[in-house]
Ligand binder design. Structure first.
Ligand code: FMN
Length: 241
């Protein structure tokens, strides 16, 4: 009788230990999930709250384009299009870095829009009402000359056009570039870097100047310190390879 009671006790104890083991496993799993979730959220929050450089020449009311702009996300109408050009203008090499990441990721041709007359530091002084950039941006009709041109623009299915934001829009030299070609049958995708201003107004202005009625995508703005993987992820969304 005593033996039976001992056996019963042992069985009861093993059952309750097993139950404890399961619940602590559950607890571990759920805390791992929670941690992963929290890491993701706080990383996103830190991205969102990144302080933008206060270099805007005008008061910016724009929100970052990456939050509002779906371009680049899972589209596939360009599938099979392998001939891609990344054209860019960059006065202080920020946009250049992004353009290089893009061309590298896409194995695309890279073309720098080089001003016939290079911009000096004084030219770029947006605090000076009489600086070259301020005067150009105050006159929508100005078309700064470009040195050289793209050989056979017709060969490209997709043309990315990158630039810094100046006074909330694209530098006038981008107007010169856009008006120099016929983009019939092409997909044009704009991108920019800036202190904080979005790409929206620049893209709308450029679209109006573009000949050939191409498929137009506003694209997005990048921070100057964007990583290559962020840029690659964006261009991968167009499925051009
Ligand atoms: C003349 C001038 C005007 C600018 N205007 C703006 C602006 O309106 N909004 C903004 O966010 N950044 C503005 N910026 C900052 C540039 O957009 C930013 O520094 C950009 O990343 C520079 O790119 P880049 O090095 O390729 O030239 C301006 C810079 C210059 C030189």
């Amino acid at each position: 009788m005593k033996n039976i009671a001992v056996i019963l006790l042992i069985v009861l104890m093993s059952v309750s230990f097993a139950a404890c083991g399961d619940s602590s496993q559950e607890k571990n799993d759920s805390s791992t999930l929670k941690e992963a979730g929290e890491t993701k959220v706080s990383k996103q929050e830190s991205e969102d709250s990144k302080t933008q450089k206060p270099v805007s020449a005008t008061e910016s009311t724009s929100v970052p384009d990456e939050a509002e702009n779906p371009d680049g996300g899972g589209e596939n109408e360009n599938a099979g299009a392998t001939n891609v050009l990344v054209a860019y203008f960059s006065a202080t090499n920020t946009t250049k870095g992004v353009a290089e990441y893009m061309a590298d990721g896409l194995r695309a041709d890279l073309y720098e829009i080089v001003p016939q007359e290079p911009y000096t530091d004084d030219d770029l002084d947006y605090n000076d009402d009489n600086s070259r950039s301020t005067m150009e941006m105050n006159d929508p009709a100005v078309r700064p000359a470009i040195s050289g041109s793209v050989d056979n623009m017709d060969q490209y299915d997709v043309v990315f056009i990158g630039f810094p934001i100046w006074w909330e829009t694209a530098p006038r030299i981008i107007d010169t570039f856009i008006e120099s070609y016929d983009f019939s049958g092409t997909t044009v995708i704009t991108f920019c870097t800036s202190g904080s201003s979005g790409i929206g107004p620049a893209s709308s202005n450029l679209k109006k100047l573009c000949k050939g009625n191409p498929t137009w995508k506003r694209g997005r703005r990048f921070d100057g310190d964007v990583s290559q993987s962020t840029v690659n992820k964006w261009v991968d969304g167009f499925r051009l390879k």
